[in-house]
Design a protein around this ligand. Structure first.
Ligand code: ASP
Ligand code: MG
Length: 406
């Protein structure tokens, strides 16, 4: 007998019929004698609709009311799944975030989970009751509903699994697991049997949409065994595990891409101490995150060009902030470019193997693709390219690193 947390994403609970199928899957585990807590997302599309309604109604953006609205999608699916389980003769009840309570900090719209008291849920699980928990939501210190950021029910599930000391946290989704890269773009992408926490963290934060980044952080910190698998078939999924559980480590495990960044180039910036702080300070003050940065060497020691990336959604604001400072910063021109893609190759094997970056540069050069910005970390090399090369670059790199399915 094991204690298992299962999480079902929006496409898995998209309508009543699918919710019935999910109930059947949960019942199988219950019948096998396991204790179950199930976390659900809202029906596919629902959260987008709710977000849209808040925007249509108000431009003021009171994040507390935003949370009150967008958390409602998970209330519906939690109740429906409990009903569907009861229909199958399984003892089940729904739990909303405030009922558990899943205590969070007060950052409405992207709250972090602080603690989850589990005494009552555990007591009931021991009596054979399935806990169906609404994902994505919690209770803030102001006693109001919070939400955990888009995709947050992954984090709800992992946090609950950690709090319950569950043996496993199964994340059911509409793909069969974690792939070497996006199979919709690269037909030869392979499903990975296992991936390390660190690699998964990089893949998620560099654009792979399969798990919310924060859920991977949480899994890594609490050593939760996460399994990503499809709710539509019984194929084995991908296990996210410690590095020492992976026997034969590839140098590169996966390739992620993100079209969510935009590039800004400042031409002829005065080359003197304090200039970078003067540029990036105001952006930080406006909560605009900067990701990749390159500064050119100045030829005459007086001026330099500076290129960096921000989130595409922040581009217009970033341009405005910088243009307002133009006089004091003294740059000659500002060039925004939203048509870029960031491609990242990721693998813990990079720590012990040289030449990974070089392989990337060579492969892109052979395809005549110009690299605009480069950044690296211990287990990752990222390049910024013109967006039109996304497919070509992904396919060429996938082959070059020996990741193609045979
Ligand atoms: N329903 C929320 C969203 O769409 C949370 C989730 O699905 O994980 O972002
Ligand atoms: Mg999701």
């Amino acid at each position: 007998m094991a204690r298992i947390v299962q999480k079902f994403g929006g496409t898995s609970v998209a309508d009543v019929d699918r919710i019935r199928k999910v109930a059947g899957r949960v019942k199988r585990e219950v019948d096998a004698g396991h204790e179950l807590a199930v976390v659900v997302s809202a029906m596919a599309g629902t959260t987008n609709q709710l977000v849209d309604w808040t925007r249509q109604t108000s431009t003021l953006h009171d994040a507390r009311e935003y949370d009150a609205v967008v958390a409602s999608g998970e209330q519906v699916t939690a109740g429906l799944l409990a009903l569907a389980l009861q229909e199958l003769g399984v003892n089940a009840r729904s739990w909303l975030g405030w009922q558990v309570p899943i205590r969070t900090d007060g950052i409405h719209g992207k709250a972090r989970i602080r603690e989850i008291p589990t005494d009552e849920i555990v007591r009931r699980m021991r009596e054979g009751q399935v806990a169906v928990v609404a994902g994505f939501q919690g209770l803030g210190p102001d006693n109001r509903i919070t939400t955990l950021g888009r995709g947050g029910s992954d984090t709800s599930a992992v946090a609950l699994a950690a709090a319950l000391r569950a043996e496993r946290c199964d994340i059911f989704t509409d793909v069969e697991g974690v792939y070497t890269t996006d199979p919709r773009i690269v037909a030869k992408a392979r499903k990975l049997d296992k991936i390390t926490y660190e690699e998964m963290l990089e893949l998620a934060s560099q654009g792979a949409k399969v798990l919310q980044t924060r859920s991977v952080e949480m899994a890594m910190n609490h050593r939760v065994r996460v399994q990503v698998l499809s709710s539509f078939n019984d194929a084995p999924g991908t296990l996210v595990v410690d590095e020492d559980e992976i026997v034969e480590q590839q140098v590169v495990s996966g390739i992620a891409y993100s079209r969510d960044e935009a590039k800004i180039t400042l031409l002829k910036v005065a080359d003197r101490p304090g200039v970078a702080a003067a540029i990036f300070g105001p952006l930080a003050d406006h909560a605009i995150n900067v990701d990749m940065i390159v500064q050119n060497i100045s030829e005459d020691g007086r001026f330099t060009d500076l290129t960096f990336t921000v989130g595409k959604a922040d581009l217009d604001r970033a341009v405005k902030v910088l243009e307002e400072k133009r006089a004091s910063l003294g740059f000659a021109a500002l060039k925004p470019d939203p048509d870029v893609v960031k491609i990242s190759v990721i693998g813990v094997g990079m720590r012990s193997h040289a030449g990974v970056a070089q392989q990337m540069f060579k492969t892109l050069a052979e395809k005549n693709i110009n690299i605009q910005v480069i950044s690296t970390s211990e287990i990752k090399v990222s390049v910024l390219l013109a967006e039109e090369y996304t497919e070509l670059a992904l396919r060429a790199l996938h082959t070059a690193y020996g990741l193609d399915a045979s």
